[in-house]
Ligand binder design. Structure first.
Ligand code: 1BN
Ligand code: ZN
Length: 309
């Protein structure tokens, strides 16, 4: 390597570091400390995808669950595997939500979740790198970061099983894990104070739009964080309606929102593979979400324990 080439490479590396550190740190000419490691999240996605298709009720789903639980324990979370049987168009299937509990000063919980199952197909090898993989990998890295504390609220990092319909999406054939969990928590009066669900957030062409039926203040807190960080190109203003794992909690009266990039041509095809997913997209969503949490906690603190809206 010539000296000139090496100088150019070092300059490019510095520019890349500044660019990835975002506008605030770049202005101060020093890279921001990494708050969320997109590369680490992507490594988790790779491990999940390597298992193969992971539909609810399959042995591969059990392997994914084992990996998730081990990684949660590794960062110090208390792990609950909440098993249940679900009636599906393909008969009764054994499913399980995985919850990583990170206790805070308050017992009241903020739930951040997403699904880890992949959609079952009769004749397509569907590995769901983005749809099922990205949420799983993202949440594991988020758990590591939140476990570093300190925390005012308790955080539940939830890996929902059975988000996908076995056949076509209906009220009875979809959202098996989140319907089960919201119902159980409502029945026992233990609902969380707020719910944030991520899905398909690893798309290398990241376009996230506000989910129209979600709780407005919670969505706005996240979009405000994106604006502060200069990520308006990835967090767009025009809303869309998507039913996902946040919906059962919304119906139970809990403030809830969904972060999803539904502008994804490989959706539910064999092309939803690792090459479609980028560490940078995972990183952007991680930074935005972590930066939004203080305002969300503030709002919850202000609205008091009994107010759900
Ligand atoms: C997201 C990823 N979803 C399924 N896989 C939820 C969804 C439901 C998306 C219905 C579109 C229509
Ligand atoms: Zn899907």
């Amino acid at each position: 390597m010539t000296l000139a080439w090496r100088r150019r490479a070092a300059g490019a590396a510095l520019l890349a570091a500044l660019a990835s550190a975002g506008p605030v740190a770049a202005a101060a000419a020093e890279p921001r400390a990494v708050v969320f490691d997109g590369a680490a999240a992507l490594r988790h996605v790779e491990r999940l995808v390597a298992i193969g298709p992971r539909p609810a009720g399959s042995p591969a789903s059990g392997q994914a669950r084992k990996y998730i639980a081990e990684e949660l324990r590794r960062v110090g979370a208390r792990v609950e595997v909440q098993s249940f049987d679900a009636e599906t168009p393909h008969g009764r299937l054994a499913m399980a939500n995985v919850v990583g509990v990170l206790p805070g000063r308050r017992a009241e919980a903020i739930l951040i979740g997403g699904h880890y199952d992949t959609k079952w197909f009769r004749d397509v090898r569907f590995v769901g790198a983005n749809d099922g993989g990205s949420s799983g990998g993202f949440l594991l890295e988020l758990a590591r970061r939140l476990a570093a504390g300190p925390r005012e609220y308790t955080y539940w990092i939830v890996f929902f099983d059975g988000e996908e319909a076995r056949e076509t999406w209906t009220a009875r054939d979809s959202l098996y894990g989140s319907r089960r969990m919201a119902g159980e928590l409502q029945r026992t009066n233990r609902l969380p104070r707020a719910v944030i669900v991520v899905d398909m957030i690893g798309d290398r062409h990241l376009n996230i739009r506000p989910e129209a039926l979600s709780t407005a203040w919670l969505t706005e807190a996240i979009w405000a964080s994106a604006r502060r960080l200069g990520y308006q190109a990835h967090f767009l203003p025009d809303p869309q309606v998507v039913e996902d794992d946040h919906a059962p909690f919304l119906r139970a009266g809990v403030p809830a929102t969904l972060l999803i990039d539904f502008d994804y041509p490989p959706w539910h095809t064999a092309d939803d593979t690792l090459d479609q997913v980028s560490a940078r997209s995972l990183q952007i969503v991680g930074e935005v979400l972590l930066q939004a949490l203080p305002a969300i906690e503030e709002r919850l603190g202000a609205s008091g324990g009994g107010t759900r809206r």
